[in-house]
Design a protein around this ligand. Structure first.
Ligand SMILES: Cc1cc2nc3c(=O)[nH]c(=O)nc-3n(C[C@H](O)[C@H](O)[C@H](O)COP(=O)(O)OP(=O)(O)OC[C@H]3O[C@@H](n4cnc5c(N)ncnc54)[C@H](O)[C@@H]3O)c2cc1C
Length: 305
């Protein structure tokens, strides 16, 4: 039976701060995607737990939304409830920082530098939230979150909040137990990272240098989702896409960047179907030319036809 029965809809409409038919495109870095059937922004983990437990009990589908920088949301939108997680608190204790899931990784990188802590400069390249970064073990410039992560607090709907060790999280290259394993559907409340004492000014100089270099080699300031595909072992998705002659390939207003083959840009008015079409085209061409199957890093969510 569909979850869309009267008592469920009454419950959803009664949630504090819930909005119906909320546009999501503006909440993603792609600037693409249809509306959320129901949408709520929440900072309090206990309150989120009550809502997710309620969804689970009632069979209502839900999606957790962070900064929306790794999502391609379908043009028809998201069924059920979208919960945008916005707990942005943080606490520095010695060389450790505990950061709320809604805090942006870039902001946390600056907080670390301000506290004269080193080892988190790579996070200046990740525009997503801490929760989204745990979900897929975000990283760049050869570093990833798992190298500094100590533990994560969170919960699976229907169970109590608990602390997950690195073992529980099964972090790998752009993967985790949240994205691909037994913790799927769970909420990250906060994450604790362990850094080293050092010169914060040096950390800031390094972040500026890394950001400047990146601006020259990647179309960071456009509407995009970062890397579309994961790099296959021993190679780079961008190199393969370029070698397949796909830079500049277009579908509607979606274009494979001329600057970097692993970026798809929304030039204005691109649909999710345009982007999904280009992703499939690039995947198929790279298989045809090189026999390599690229796996998307971007996550396609929502109701696809
Ligand atoms: C210009 C640009 C550059 C980028 N560069 C990099 C890079 O160098 N390295 C890299 O790794 N990524 C990069 N990304 C991708 C993106 O920033 C990361 O994947 C980031 O970790 C996604 O976080 P988010 O908050 O935006 O998650 P969202 O896109 O909002 O969500 C992604 C997934 O995380 C889940 N999620 C979000 N919050 C929570 C939570 N609190 N609990 C549980 N699940 C949650 C969502 O349900 C969803 O399934 C880039 C993106 C852009 C636009």
């Amino acid at each position: 039976m569909s979850w869309r029965k009267g008592s469920n809809l009454t419950w959803l409409r009664g949630l504090a701060g819930v909005r119906q038919g909320e546009a999501l495109a503006t909440r993603t870095s792609f600037g693409i995607g249809g509306p959320a059937e129901y949408f709520v922004e929440m900072a309090n983990p206990q309150a989120i737990q009550v809502v997710l437990d309620g969804c689970r009990l009632r069979g209502i589908p839900y999606l957790l939304l962070g900064a929306g920088t790794n999502l391609l949301i379908a043009d028809t939108g998201i069924e059920g409830l979208v919960v945008r997680v916005v707990n942005r608190d943080h606490e520095v204790a010695g060389t450790r920082i505990r950061a709320g899931a809604g805090l942006k990784m870039m902001r946390l990188a600056r907080i670390a530098a301000d506290a004269n802590l080193r080892g988190f400069e790579f996070a200046i390249g990740v525009p997503g939230s801490v929760g989204g970064a745990v979900y897929q073990n975000a990283g760049c410039w050869g570093k990833e979150l798992s190298q500094v992560l100590v533990e994560v607090r969170g919960f699976q709907p229907g169970a109590d909040a608990r602390t997950w060790s690195l073992n529980d999280l099964q972090l790998g290259y752009r993967t985790s137990a949240l994205r691909d394993g037994p913790l799927h559907g769970s909420l990250v409340i906060d994450a604790t990272i362990q850094l080293e004492r050092g010169d914060g000014e040096e950390a800031k100089r390094l972040m500026t240098k890394l950001s400047n270099e990146r601006n020259e080699t990647q179309p960071i300031k456009t509407k995009n989702c970062g890397s579309v595909f994961k790099n296959p072992p021993g190679d780079s998705a961008g190199r393969l896409i370029q070698a397949a002659g796909l830079k500049g390939a277009r579908q509607g207003a979606a274009v494979i960047s001329a600057l970097h083959g692993n970026f798809i840009i929304n030039q204005g008015g691109a649909t999710a179907a345009d982007v999904a079409g280009l992703i499939e085209h690039a995947r198929a061409e790279v298989i045809r030319r090189f026999g390599v199957e690229l796996e998307p890093e971007v996550e396609l969510v929502g109701k696809w036809k």
